[in-house]
Design a protein around this ligand. Structure first.
Ligand code: SAM
Ligand code: SF4
Ligand code: SF4
Length: 337
């Protein structure tokens, strides 16, 4: 089986898997509590892909070029079978990188060690503010920033170094946290990645004025500690990397809105209900769960995904605001952020 290439000549390399659409946080930019208060918004467990189904899908996609898998959600650590699942994923021929993005709330030292010993390669923890009151407001459930900092330490202690720390920057929400977060993680060995606030889903009320551009983020940090650009680590890397001139480590900035990187987008996304999406802003996906539950084989999944990827021409972020992009979109926590 040859690797799949889409209409814009982009290879399929990465699969992001939403292990659960549920979450114990209600971040204002992702799952605002005013809208997602009731359990009715989330999948019944029987509609969620089982670990065996997930492994079949990844086994089918590896020969098409997928070598990297990121587990996300919703909150992936809500999934009780995550440890055996990672063990299964890490053992699939062709998969050389299994990573996890989490809000850190359920990442104890014991869990971090279990994840490490079963083959998880990297952990990203999201943390938007060090200020307890502001962070509690952003995550919607009053969760303490100190507890997320502890989770980062636990991940470090289990051998995940560097830990990447995701910070969504939204004007008026946490732009005053950019410099304190950068300062906190300088010389720590970890990498903070500032992410431009995106118009994902339909519920966060996004406006362009609330986006703090990569350029502004860079200016604010380099006003304190001069930075220099670093080389891209690999094709398709979404973060632009910068190093502190004084040796304080590096940061990343993800400029999905002001400097879209659709041309090198090699990612597909598997929602918790088994729908495969080819763009974060898609409004339609193909149900691989239906194929499997109708008795389809690994080969059937492979053929379906290969056909889908070959026809892909998505480039939402490059077309944003031009009036020809999907109106109603799937929420980010459903398809896997
Ligand atoms: N619950 C986990 C977490 O928060 O890390 C994993 C899922 S979350 C959807 C994945 C990442 O998407 C997080 O780092 C989150 O901050 C980011 N994210 C969510 N909504 C976003 C938005 N509107 N714009 C930019 N990034 C967003
Ligand atoms: Fe949950 Fe992550 Fe979305 Fe926050 S960003 S609500 S932690 S899925
Ligand atoms: Fe990839 Fe879609 Fe994001 Fe463009 S907008 S980088 S195609 S996920």
């Amino acid at each position: 089986m040859t690797a799949a290439v889409d209409q814009l000549n982009r290879p399929l390399r990465d699969l992001r898997i939403s292990l659960a659409d549920r979450c114990n946080f209600r971040c204002v930019y992702c799952m605002p509590k005013e809208i997602f208060g009731s359990p009715a918004h989330f999948l019944p467990s029987e509609d969620t892909l089982t670990a065996d189904e997930l492994l079949t899908v990844v086994r089918a996609m590896a020969p098409l070029g997928v070598h990297k898998v990121r587990l996300t959600g919703g909150e992936p650590l809500l999934r009780r079978d995550i440890v055996p699942l990672i063990e299964g994923l890490a053992g699939i021929h062709g998969i050389d990188d299994v990573a996890l993005t989490t809000n850190g709330s359920l990442l104890t030292g014991e869990r971090a060690h279990a994840l490490r010993s079963t083959g998880l390669s990297r952990i990203t923890v999201s943390l938007d503010s060090l200020d307890p009151e502001r962070f509690g407001r952003i995550n919607g459930v009053g969760f303490g920033a100190d507890r997320v900092l502890r989770a980062i330490e636990q991940a470090d202690g289990a051998g995940f170094r560097p830990v990447k720390i995701n910070v969504v920057v939204k004007r008026g929400m946490n732009d005053e946290d950019i410099v304190p977060l950068a300062e906190h993680f300088r010389f720590s060995g970890h990498i903070v990645r500032f992410i431009e606030y995106m118009d994902v889903g339909n519920s966060n009320g996004w406006t362009p004025e609330e986006v703090v551009s990569a350029r502004e983020i860079l200016e604010r940090i380099s006003g304190w500690w001069p930075l220099h650009a670093l080389e891209q680590a690999y094709f398709g890397e979404v973060a632009t990397r910068y190093g502190y001139d004084d040796g304080g480590g590096e940061i990343g900035i993800i400029a999905s809105v002001t400097q879209p990187f659709c041309r090198s987008c090699t990612r597909a996304r598997l929602a918790a209900d088994g729908r495969l999406f080819l763009c974060l802003f898609a409004n339609q996906g193909m149900s691989l769960r239906d194929i499997l539950r109708r008795g389809g084989t690994e080969g059937d999944i492979q053929d379906a995904v290969a056909g889908l990827w070959q026809h892909r021409s998505d480039r939402y972020s490059e077309r944003r605001g031009r009036g020809d992009t999907p109106g109603h979109r799937i929420e980010m926590f459903q398809m896997g952020g």
